[in-house]
Design a protein around this ligand. Structure first.
Ligand code: AMP
Length: 299
């Protein structure tokens, strides 16, 4: 089943203890698509500026990622800068330049409107709402966001949260949204805001899913070297929803497996800067790591 995604396409400036990269291809919609397209076709909605080099996304076009909903406007592409600490779970945003996203009003192509699965990737919640208003009744709406929008556009973000089925956030965002330090309590409170399923990511400490009063915990795949965590959240979401949309089932077991696929794809993503790892990743490599994950967690 196809997935509609709205999110950012970006040039990132990344600083990690292992080095610095300027003008790295990034953005929530692209990381999501690179992961999800291993399992399901993806329809992207977004905007780039006239400075965007579209040859950089040709590897995605080869993988059933449709860019009919990508608009090119005069101006600069979205830019984001982030610096990671020695503890790679911690990062500071250095800058966020919305650029062409500032005036963007997404128009969903007719052939996208029947997408059964929708991912509202990290982007201005006003744009996420505009997308929801243009689509037919999808089977599942999954939402991601970040501290920038939680503190900047809280009221409108709450409206989007009310309309989604699954909310994916990290531990810090879950606490910020609920003012509760305890993540179990925070997840329960978040279900009272609308979504019946909450996934809380905890970086190298794995993630937790709270679904209809059932919990599921998955560790992060153990890696000796993490080079660049940028896009870990979006590639997690892509692996998760790509797998779920392929199964076209929403039961607890399918969602659990989706969480494991998400964790595995995110583990590849963080092994190198930008898309260096996801660009060449194969389904065989994903499946091998899924098998290792199974051995690692079975007792
Ligand atoms: P993640 O590491 O999964 O949180 O995602 C990082 C990606 O999100 C980067 O490639 C950024 O370009 C993009 N990003 C960062 N801040 C924002 C924002 N405020 N809105 C949309 N996308 C963003």
């Amino acid at each position: 089943m196809s997935i509609l995604v709205v999110g950012s396409l970006a040039y990132d400036t990344i600083e990690t203890p292992w080095g610095k990269m300027d003008d790295a291809l990034g953005g929530s919609a692209l990381y999501f698509s690179a992961a999800a397209s291993h399992f399901s076709p993806v329809n992207v909605v977004g905007v780039v500026g006239s400075d965007f080099d579209s040859s950089k996304i040709s590897f995605l076009k080869k993988r059933k990622v449709n860019f009919d909903g990508l608009y090119v406007e005069s101006g600069d592409t979205f830019r984001w800068g982030g610096r990671y600490h020695d503890d790679l779970n911690k990062r500071d945003t250095l800058f966020t330049y919305l650029n062409v996203f500032e005036r963007f009003q997404p128009k969903i192509p007719m052939h996208y409107r029947k997408s059964e699965y929708v991912f509202l990737a990290n982007i201005d919640p006003e744009l996420q709402l505009q997308v929801l208003d243009q689509i037919d009744h999808p089977k599942l709406i999954v939402l991601d966001t970040m501290n920038f929008w939680i503190s900047g556009k809280r009221r409108i973000l709450e409206e989007v949260i009310k309309r989604c089925d699954i909310l994916i956030v990290n531990d810090q965002e879950a606490r910020e949204l609920t003012n509760k330090p305890n993540l179990i309590k925070a997840a329960r409170l978040l279900t009272e805001k609308g979504p019946q399923t909450i996934i809380v990511k905890k970086g190298e400490h794995g993630c937790m899913m709270f679904h209809n009063d059932n919990y599921f915990f998955a560790p992060a795949y153990p890696l000796e070297k993490v080079i660049d965590p940028t896009g870990a959240g979006d590639s997690f979401a892509g692996g998760f929803l790509g797998y779920v949309a392929k199964q076209n089932k929403l039961d607890h077991d399918t969602l659990k497996k989706g969480v494991v696929y998400g964790s595995v794809i995110a583990s590849f993503n963080v092994e190198n800067f930008s898309f260096a790892q996801l660009e060449k990743l194969t389904v065989e490599e994903i499946n091998q790591r899924i098998e290792k994950f199974r051995q690692l967690t079975a007792f």
